[in-house]
Design a protein around this ligand. Structure first.
Ligand SMILES: [Zn+2]
Length: 293
């Protein structure tokens, strides 16, 4: 799923091509995209409107139009926004003709992507506030803020990083990368992290996201640029998807574990596991017969 760097990449590529242009014609072929509204309602509202600004918040692409009309678009698993694509993509869900020129196609084979219409800045603010915590690049995203997020929480830190209502924009890739950079095991209890660890984690989250943006996102599945090209951050992963390979820092073999229900990559030398996990590991290694059973 596209995360903050992937959505930001699309925004940066697209904004100069679409800002100031009018949506001349809007065709939404998939009622799932606009639910609970009917596609015709969204088509009618957007047709003839000038796009004033293409923004981003967390993993949402925010289209802001004349008349204080907004569309919050989420790409989910396989959504892509393509500009003047040739040939026509096979899974076009939304087609937008621009004036004076240009054509946008939202291609989404698995159809999980959404476009939610929000009338007025307040509706937009309420929509985002209900779903998203601070952006990691927000100046209010301080170590103190992070301390407030983790205080008293027993959930593993990876689960907290993935929770969009606490921190906006971090997904499975960048959580793994940031935790490795900060040398924190993904299963560590959030509330038990020290001030030093949280300070390292804050820096690491920003560094991982910045590196992702610099590489124009990671294409490990369907993520595509507006011209259909792929990002390059997948070639620079430190741990993510690198199970079986040596750690770039210490040479220990990177392992794949499950944290927060997600496949998670970790160097258990650099990222020392919590005690419970160490005990479980030593129990299973001291009783090979039960492990084999
Ligand atoms: Zn290591």
């Amino acid at each position: 799923m596209p995360e903050l760097p992937e959505v930001e990449t699309i925004r940066r590529q697209l904004a100069p091509l679409v800002e100031g242009r009018t949506f001349r014609k809007v065709e939404i072929a998939d009622p799932r995209w606009t639910r609970p509204l009917a596609p015709s309602e969204v088509e009618e509202t957007l047709t003839g409107r000038k796009l004033q600004r293409l923004g981003r918040r967390g993993k949402y692409l925010l289209w802001s139009f004349s008349g204080d009309v907004h569309l919050a678009q989420h790409l989910r698993m396989t959504g892509a926004v393509l500009y003047d694509p040739h040939p026509e993509p096979r899974h076009a869900r939304v087609v937008i003709e621009l004036r004076p020129k240009g054509r946008l196609v939202i291609d989404d084979p698995r159809r999980f992507g959404t476009g939610e219409l929000l009338l007025g800045s307040e509706a937009l603010k309420n929509f985002l506030d209900a779903r998203l915590g601070l952006e990691p690049f927000d100046e209010r995203f301080t170590v103190e803020h992070l301390k407030g997020i983790v205080r008293g929480r027993r959930a593993p830190i990876k689960a907290l990083l993935l929770d969009q209502r606490r921190i906006a924009g971090v997904g499975n890739i960048y959580a793994d990368e940031a935790l490795f950079m900060a040398q924190i095991h993904p299963l560590r209890a959030s509330g038990k992290l020290t001030g030093d660890q949280l300070a390292r984690l804050r820096e690491a989250v920003m560094m991982a996201l910045s590196a992702g943006i610099d590489a124009r996102g990671a294409s490990i599945d369907d993520f595509r640029h507006i011209d259909g090209m792929r990002g390059t951050f997948q070639n620079r992963f430190l741990v993510h998807l690198r199970a079986g390979e040596p750690c770039v820092r210490c040479g220990t073999t990177i392992r794949k574990i499950v944290a927060a229900g997600r496949g998670t990559y970790v160097c258990e030398s650099c990222q020392s596991p919590p005690r419970k996990r160490r005990q479980a590991a030593s129990r299973s290694s001291s009783r090979p017969s039960s492990a084999a059973a």
